[in-house]
Design a protein around this ligand. Sequence first.
Ligand SMILES: [Mg+2]
Length: 269
Amino acid sequence: MMKSTLLRFFAISGVAVAVTGCVSDQKAAQVKLEQQAVLGLNWVQQSGEYQALAYQAFNTARRAFDAAKAQNGHKKAVIVDLDETMIDNSAYAAWRVEHGVPYTKPTWARWMEAKQATAIDGAVSFARYVNSYGGRMFYISNRDDTSYAATVENLQKLGFPGVSRETVLLRTTQSNKQARFDRVKSKGYDVVVYIGDNLNDFGTACYGKNNRERRLQVAAQQKQFGSKFIMLPNPNYGDWISGMATDYYKQTPVRQLEINRENLRVWKD
Ligand SMILES: [Mg+2]
């Protein structure tokens, strides 16, 4: 009796040690995953090169907007994404690096409520230009609609024009933005330019696809980049990450680190 109780105790404590070890491995892997963002965040926050690309995007967008003719009496519209397209949330990502924690809905909600996103260079003046020269800006973002009030306040504080229930369309049920794009069109607008940091900001073709399929789609639409579609760089996150493996975000941090490494094309010297 004594012996079997003792055995059971050791068996249970062995399991406990294994589980604890596993948890701390995962925690260490999560810290590493967040650390992988550091150089990208340094680049976004510090480099003139990132800043130059942002100006380049909005200068190109302005020329594309000017050159576009709206179809049969429709009014010209420009559809933009918000996060990492018009506004910069890199301080939230940097906070995650500092704490070694992943994206979570509650911490992201706290960040949005703090209204500390900054404007990306060139974004505000581009938006004002469109609204002043015969167009209308629509801000279509996958921020949850519960963050509407905070998001609008943040945008207004930064000087973005024409921010209202009609023009700021956040996510209610679907992440796929196509239904919201169609809503803008159904109101008599011709969408002449789309601006985003994620291929899904331009339509449904890449939604839920892996990176190989996404690249093929981009190649097929190559002529539209710089005229109808304007891309901002985002080295920190996007659907290109989940495009590296099936169910990427359902994997453990240890596995996610492996996937990131497996996706490198490596010099075989
Ligand atoms: Mg975005």
